[in-house]
Design a protein around this ligand. Sequence first.
Ligand SMILES: [Zn+2]
Length: 729
Amino acid sequence: MAVMQPIMLRLLTASALLWAASPCWAAEAKDARQHLSHDLQVRVSPDAKSLQAMDTIRLPASHDAALEFVLHAGLDPRPIDQDVSIEPIEGDSMHASVPLERFRLTLPEGRHAFTIRYGGEIHHPLRQGAGESRSFRTTPGLIADDGVFLSGAAHWYPQFNDDLMTFSVEVELPEAWTAVSQGVRMHAASQSGEHGGVRWESHAPQDEIYLVAGKFTEYRDSLGAVQVQAFLRQPDAALAKRYLDASIGYLEMYGALLGPYPYGKFALVENFWQTGFGMPSFTLLGDRIIRMPFILQSSYPHEILHNWWGNGVYVDYSGGNWSEGLTAYLADHLLKEQQGKGVLHRRNALQRYANFVDAGTDFPLGEFRGRFSPASEAVGYGKTMMLFHALRRQMGDDAFIKALRRFYRDYEFRRASFANIGNTFGAAAKSANFDQWLKRAGAPQLAVSHALSRSAGDVFELRFTLEQVQDGPAFHISVPIAVTLEGLDQAFQTELTMRDKLADVRLSMRRRPLRLDVDPQFDVFRRLSPGEMPPALSHVQGAAQVLILLPADAPPPMLDAYRQLAGNWRQRYGPHVEIKLDSEVEELPVGVSVWAFGWNNRFLTDVANALPTYGAQLLGRDSLTIAGERFASDQHSLVLTMVHPADEDATLNWLAAHDVAAMPGLARKLPHYGKYSYLAFNGGALDNVLKGQWPVLRSSLTVMVEQENGKIIDVTRAELEHRQALIGP
Ligand SMILES: [Zn+2]
C-alpha cells in the first residue's frame, strides 16, 4: 500500500501501442497449479456488517501434508464434503490486527480441491495510523452501510501460508452496490441477472485478496486490451474523464519504459474515507483526495507505477523494501525531471534527510519495511531513490532502462529483494557499491578546502582537498564536480571516485580555474551542510529542540487559539516542543529553533531584522512584503522560517494568523508544506496564495579558487551540462 507525491506526464510511442495490443496477462494461467487458488462466492450484507462465503480451494501440485489455515474469528468454517474435516486448533494470533482462529484440515488421499462454507461479522472501525503527517485512518476490514473494505489482514478468506495465490471472487450485494477486486471483471453487474453479482478473476499470482464495495457510478475506457475504469461514489463524468485519460497516459508511459502493464484492468476507486492506497490493478483514493487537482500529477502516477514495482514484482521484505524508493525515482523524480526540476527534487530529498534523520532514527536500507515517520520516509524513500539515481549515473540511461526492464521481466509476479536487484544490475551495482547502503546507516558529509590554481606554461593545475567529514569510515562514492574556467561559458565537469575520507585532488586544465562546485546537481546521497539548503519548515518540524513563544499581549481569544495550536504541535511532534509566553523570555534563545507566534510577539523585531537578507520586509505591525507582494495582517495568515540570527544550526520561525478562526486550518495544513521557507494563506478558507523557498545564499561546497598571486576572483558558476529526463516528454 502506498501514498502521495508530485508529477506530470506525456508521451505516446509506437512501442506503447504495440504492447497494449498484446497483453501478457492472458498467458499467465499456464502455471495455475503452481499456486494455491481460491474460487470465492461471497454474499455481503452491509446492514448486518457481515458476509456469507463459499470458497473452493485448489492446492498447488506440491503442498504440505499437514494443512492448517487461519480465518477471522467467529466465521465458523465448515466443509461441504463429508470426507473433509476441519478441526479448530490452539494457535497464536500474535501481531494480528483482527481476532483469528486456526484450523486443521484433513483431506482424503489424493484430494487437491475442497470447498469450505463460512460467514459472520467483520467490522473493525477506522483507527488513526501512526502519528505522522501523511498517515491515514485505516482498518483491516470493515463491512458497513457506507462501504466495504476487506484486505488480506482481515483474514476474510482462509489463509494457508504466505505463498502467492490466484483467485476468483463472485460477489452478491444489495441493489445498486458493486464490488471491485484485483484482476479483471468477467461479467458486469448488469449482465449477471437476478443477484446483482459481479465476478473478478486474477490469474496473476497475488499475495492478498482485496474486496472493496460501494454504491458506485462506473466510467470506462480502454487502452488496447487493458480495461480502464473509474468507480465514483457520486456521479461526476468530468472528474472520471480526467482520471481515465490520466490512467491511459501513465499506463502508456510506463509500458514503454518498463514493459507491459501486468494486469487486465486499472481502476480508480473512490473510497469512503480519506486514503491514498495503491493495490494491484486499482487505487483507492478518498473523496477529498480524489478532487485535489495536483493528485493527478503526484500520487496518481506513483500509485499506477506500483503495479510494476511492489504489485507486479513483489517485495521480499526480509532484505528491505526497495519498491518505494524505485517508485519514487521513476514517478515523483521522473516527472519533476521532465519539468526541468530534477535537481530541486533531489535537493529536497536530501534536505528532508538532513532535517529529519539523525543517528537515533537512521537505519540501513536493508531494514526498511515501510514508512511510519518523516525519518523512515527520508531513508526508505529518499535514500533508496538516490541509490537508483547513482546506478543510473554509473550505467548511463540506456543501460539503466535495459536493466530495469530485465529486472521486471525476470521477477514479474515473484518476490524480489535488494540482492536480486544487485544481481540484475551486475557490475554497475558493484561499482556504485550498492551493498554499503543496504548494510550501513548514515551518509557521507562532504567538505572542500584549499582550492588553489598553479600554472606551468599554458597548463593550469587545480588543487583542492575533498573530505568526508562524517563520523565513522569513508563511504565509497563518486562525486561530480564542476569547474568554472576563465573565458568559458560551459563548466568543466568530471567525477571523482572517493574511497577514503580524505582526497588531495590535482586536475590539469587548459584554462585558468576560477571556481569549484562540488556535487552542484545533488547527485550524491549525502548529508547536506546547513549552508546548502534554503531554510525550510521541515527543519523546525524535525528539530530536536523547539521553543514556541506565545504573544502575551495578544487579545485573550487570540492567545488561547495560539496556545491550542502550540499544544496541537506538541502532540504531533513530541515533548521536545516547549511552550512559553514571550514575556517569560528576555532574549531570543539560542541552541533551539524558535517559533514566535503573532503580530504582537515581542520577538517580532528579531524577525523584522532577519528578513531583509532574504529580500522580504515587515512594515510595522500590519503588513509584510515578500516576493514583491504585500500581505495584510487582517487578511492573510503568514508563516516564515529563517536561519536563527545567532545560531546557524537553528531556525527562527514566525507564524501570524489573521483571525482566531484560521488556527485549526493552519494546524492541519502546515505539516504538508515542510519544504517551503515562506507561506501566505488568504481569508477564512485559508487558500494558499504564496509559497516559496528563500534562495541559498552560499553553499559550503562552492569555493572560489585562490590564484598564484593570492587573489580570489568571485564569479558566478558557468553553465552545467544539459541533462535529458530518463524518458519523454
Ligand atoms: Zn509508494
